[in-house]
Design a protein. Structure first.
Length: 395
């Protein structure tokens, strides 16, 4: 049983009732296999995954005020054999999670109010582990004392000397989410992982930093004028910072932001890598992350709607793009050869880029809803400029 059913960070992310259970507006992972999905194997794998990740058996429902809460759903989570636009369908017994397959692909989507990217990552990896015959999935920590710890349930300590990083004055490249779905594009590009690692070595960059460089170069090519700065958003997984490594609760409400001006984006890759690494180091410690958690907590308790909106606007910032490198942990090494495509993402911000390494390949998945579907083309061009040919994968 969950000790505290009230959601804090999940309530913030799930404030939009319209989007709370819409597949495209919530984290979803789609995996393409090298053969058609075996329905019976996947059904069994789903049962085992719910056993290992019991948070999947809870629904997100309204509570008092802005809050949402978790409610146990005694009905089984049912595998669907067709694509769905909604997560909580009657077919899957109104769960806040949906798993469906179509041909050679498997999709899992979870309402963001239930968990964050790490939680869906655990669920997807555990599902794949069981599908490919592993007795124990990657996530099996529901007996740990921090399993359901909610980091925002109380204010987190911040040292008195902490000061927020200043935001540069001037104009920022920003986008409005297009309401025309024809103007939005989700894509998957496949490149050799060895080529990506070569870039990391040449630029003295981590995977996150190298993906940021590629993403920024493509952004500057697609939108070369009309702004002074670009703000890059990167999610922070705060679990280890606050001694809750196993919690399924949303622990990624805090985000890092690194500001680049036009000249910096057009500079050498090593210079961008250094600025990115420095920004990550300064913003990924306890104080900056705790401060953001506390500011978001104020949103939930704000009495005045005007005060609440001002807090939200300040916290949301003026980001042009979200970039997140997921590493090599989504797919187990023992069956990586059977995975030939990965899409990870959500239609939350107008421009989002994720990187997932699987075996010998890096899959760069993106969502573009900003202006004229320019981004994918420029990203392909940038990759080719660095000697890496990108193959587009259709799932």
């Amino acid at each position: 049983m969950i000790k505290d059913t009230r959601l804090y960070s999940g309530s913030l992310i799930g404030m939009s009732e319209k989007n709370r259970h819409l597949v495209e507006a919530n984290p979803h992972i789609r995996v393409k296999l090298d053969s058609p999905v075996n329905e019976e194997r996947l059904k069994k794998a789903l049962e085992e995954t719910v056993r290992d990740c019991p948070f999947l058996s809870y629904n997100v429902v309204p509570d008092e005020g802005l809050f949402l809460k978790l409610e146990e759903n005694p009905l089984p989570l049912v595998l669907s054999d067709h694509e769905s636009q909604d997560i909580n369908t009657k077919e899957n017994n109104l769960h806040s999670v949906i798993v469906y397959y179509k041909g050679d692909s498997i999709t899992i989507s979870i309402t963001h109010a239930l968990t964050d990217g790490c939680g869906i990552f655990w669920a997807a990896r555990t599902l794949l582990d069981h599908y490919f015959g592993m007795e124990q999935g990657a996530y099996h920590f529901s007996d740990e004392p921090d399993y359901d710890r909610e980091l925002m349930a109380s204010e987190l300590p911040v040292s008195e000397e902490y000061r927020e990083m200043p935001k540069p004055d001037g104009s920022y490249l920003t986008f409005q989410m297009s309401e025309d779905k024809e103007e939005c594009e989700s894509f998957i590009l496949k490149i050799p992982y060895a080529g990506f690692k070569e870039m990391c070595g040449k630029w003295n960059a981590s995977g996150q930093t190298a993906l940021t460089i590629l993403s920024l170069k493509a952004l500057a090519s697609a939108f070369p004028e009309g702004y002074d700065h670009v703000s890059v958003r990167m999610p922070v997984n705060a679990r280890n910072l606050f001694d809750a490594p196993h919690t399924f609760q949303n622990a990624s409400i805090a985000n890092m932001r690194i500001f680049f001006d036009v000249d910096e984006i057009n500079a050498g890759e090593a210079d961008i890598a250094k600025k990115t690494a420095d920004g990550i180091k300064k913003q990924s410690g306890r104080d900056p992350v705790a401060h953001q958690f506390n500011e978001w907590r104020k949103v939930l308790y704000a009495k005045d709607p005007g005060e609440r909106m001002k807090l939200i606007i300040d916290l949301m910032g003026q980001d042009a793009i979200l970039v997140s490198y997921l590493g090599k942990e989504l797919v187990g090494a023992s069956y990586a050869e059977h995975v030939i495509g990965v899409y990870a993402g959500a239609a939350i911000f107008p421009l989002m880029v994720y990187g997932s390494a699987v075996g010998d390949s890096l899959y760069i998945s993106g969502f573009d809803a900003c202006d004229g579907r320019k981004y994918k083309k420029e990203l392909i061009t940038v990759l080719e400029r660095y000697g890496t040919k990108a193959q587009e994968i259709i799932i």
